[in-house]
Write a protein that binds this ligand. Sequence first.
Ligand code: LLP
Length: 435
Amino acid sequence: MHLYGTQTIEANGHLVIGGVDTVELGEKYGTPLFVYDVALFRKRARGFIDTFAKQGIRAQVAYASKAFSAKAIYQVAAQEGLSVDVVSGGELYTALQAGFPSEKIHFHGNNKSVQELNEALDAKIGCIVIDNFYEIEQLKRLTTERQQKMNVLIRVTPGVEAHTHDFITTGQADSKFGFDLSNGQADEAFRALYEHEWLQLQGMHCHIGSQIFETEAFSLAAKKVVDKMANWKKETGFEATVLNLGGGFGIRYTDEDAPLEPATYVDDMIQAVKKEAEQFGIALPEIWIEPGRSLVGDAGTTLYTVGSHKTVPNVREYIAIDGGMSDNIRPALYEAKYEAILANRANDLATTTYTVAGKLCESGDKIIEEIQLPQAVAGDLLATFCTGAYGYSMASNYNRIGRPAVVFVENGKHQIVVKRESYEDLVKLDDMLNW
Ligand code: LLP
């Protein structure tokens, strides 16, 4: 059994997170329930921020809030000195509603609407990461009309794609995001932007993938981008002040995953950028990163109640939980693997192999294909670990199942920060046909 952050198992077999008994949480708030270990989120944030600070590197660590967007997480992000990256008007609105400092918000997206761009300009956010030529046109028009300056980065695809332990370099990056670094598009974007009266070009952004377990791919991407910065400097004298290397730092879901410490990713990144900047003769830019999963992933645990049970003789033992793909689509979508325990009887011997099925009307609605657990009975509390990233944020109302509640725990305190969706909530947007 692998425990994360402040998790402990007490003598009575109960899983405790942030000093709070999960069995009590389940009884008080109901299940399914997302439980966030706030101290672990803070620890992960500091792991990134302190490593830059220790080396005296100017940096911004921007929480990629698509991983989990709710007012309370923006509050904690602000407390920890993080910046945030948002990818929609909705995420921007949520961050602003939470009082997040607008100058530390970065806006991403490959098809930002004019309304979203106006919202970003209204809020005077820190930076817009420009993705394509259409966006350049729109932003030029809007900032000129409004006579308003806006900091921008050019998002490039550096031809490095990383996933888990593998990465590939492709000459021609086939991606819906950003300007290709090698086919002239990034240069064209640069020429369109660098002398604009209202758009203040700061530098470049790239994001090479997700759940990455080694540092070489980041170094390679950094090298390609710094090389381009040096070219632009040579041609025009333009000095980039920001290099944003995106997110993608891996976390441990199961034994198959061996992530590095935040400090290791950051250290290697700093060394690579320093080396390339020196070699290509440019001033060291600020380094920005955008971790999502690695900040919230293992801080989140989902509590479910076990219900029905089915034996397929000689094939499989199913237990079914009171949630499923509506609160965790990742197993169905990516074949993602999770570990779980019975949070009310964690000290009992795990004697039985189960498939954990959800309650939604789809055969593929399984949370875990195979897991060893104590003999489970209806009413047991199942805890799935590492559901903090892309769990709640990808939740749906399929089968008109309300989305779970989210509770934050820290130092023995617990508070609901997102309420459970009720039946009334589910029909709130519906109107009766009037003919
Ligand atoms: N920056 C950019 C520009 C991104 O596109 C992403 C993720 C991140 C940062 C944060 O990446 P992270 O550190 O969380 O790996 N739904 C998928 C993940 C999609 C990631 C999309 N972009 C999943 O559940 O695995």
